[in-house]
Design a protein. Structure first.
Length: 82
């Protein structure tokens, strides 16, 4: 009984995959012909310089903490070895 159910489910699964692939291909081809939305007014109105500065400052702080922790581990290892 389970073999029959598995066989039918396998066929349905293949049909679903073929339908999904065909449907997505049709949607992709319809979007490929579209010109798209012009977002130039939004992108020119935003200034990311302050955000870039903040991200770089945070990255620098994380790097500094990593260097300090690594140096502390080296110092502790040398103290234990002595």
């Amino acid at each position: 009984m389970f073999g029959l159910i598995k066989a039918r489910f396998k066929g349905a699964k293949r049909l679903a995959v073929v339908t999904a692939v065909g449907g997505s291909a049709a949607v992709a081809s319809s979007f490929a012909n579209a010109t798209g939305v012009d977002l130039t007014p939004l992108t020119t109105a935003v200034d990311f310089s302050t955000v870039t500065t903040a991200v770089l400052a945070i990255a620098g702080s994380i790097a500094a903490v990593y260097v300090v922790v690594s140096a502390a581990k080296i110092v502790i290892a040398r103290i234990k070895a002595a």
